[in-house]
Design a binder for this molecule. Sequence first.
Ligand code: IMP
Length: 349
Amino acid sequence: MKRLAIVGAQWGDEGKGKVVNYFAKDYEWIVRFSGGANAGHTIYVDGKKYVNHILPSISPDTDSKAFLGAGMVIDLEQMIKEIEIIEQDYPGFSSRIHIDREVFLVLPWHKQEDAIIESWRNNPIGTTKKGIGPAYTDKVSREGIKFYHLLDEEMLMERLKNSYQLKMKMFNEQLEMDYKNVFEYLVHLRKKLEQMNVNIASAVDMADVFRNTTVLFEGAQGVLLDLDFGTYPFVTSGSCMAHGVSAVGFSTFELDSVMGVLKAYTTRVGEGPYPTEETDLEKAEALREKGNEYGATTGRPRKVGWLDLPALRYAKIRSGLTEFVITKADVLNGMDEIKDGQIRNISIS
Ligand code: IMP
């Protein structure tokens, strides 16, 4: 299969990192097209655990390369931390990372805005407070900072200044940092990336390269958290579906397969509807412990429940899933009974 997209079929945390990592050795490029540091993708290489939030789940011990596509919102400081950890074990790793110059950046004030807005909401969403919503908001309101703005310091300063004066009005001077500090911070990070030999790329220049080789597109979160088609408004702010590959210049018609990763039961972090949630606290706790269901990004205990078949059918149709991978079925070992999407008891003995 030349082009494969792997997306979450539920509310994220289905184990996509492991699945991507499993298939990654057969692909030259691993491309992420959405989300940011709200995601948490855990991979194991030679028994060592790496938890990445920004980096695509490429195997450091192969020759595959990573591309961070324009649908993402990137916290550069976090990305540098992740690269540095892997670089220590696999020297030269950083030169395999390519960042699209069109990506939007998560700035320090976005994280502050995320926390302030959540505290103002009557019905909080339960965001990860990684600045994702505010960074995408700035993108849409045309105040965002793209990576290429870092390449022209005069333009960068001008854009930060303009954005800052708007934010000061909107947030009634509650933001703690000044635009000049953010400017210095971003210039510092850009220089660091240059020293590390991380590649600044463009999906336009890469169009032919990608079409002449093998590409695995790695989704973030899951279909039910998609901004447009998830359980709105209790969703993230990016695309969680295979259609997100358009950010890298691909059509879903060009994909050979869209794999939906699903967990044999369900979990959810944050707020929002959850029809198959296990409401018996003791049973929920037992399932949570057995599945080690704690957020890779925030450490929050995940709500747990049973497989939601109608929701899965919806995800299949919405995101054009052509195959499924089921993870963590072993967590259900030893249970006499599990439930399905209509909360019927299914005897498995
Ligand atoms: P945000 O993406 O931080 O704005 O959070 C919006 C909603 O998406 C919240 O309910 C989060 O808990 C949820 N969310 C974001 N990223 C993930 C993830 O990687 N796994 C599971 N839930 C997530």
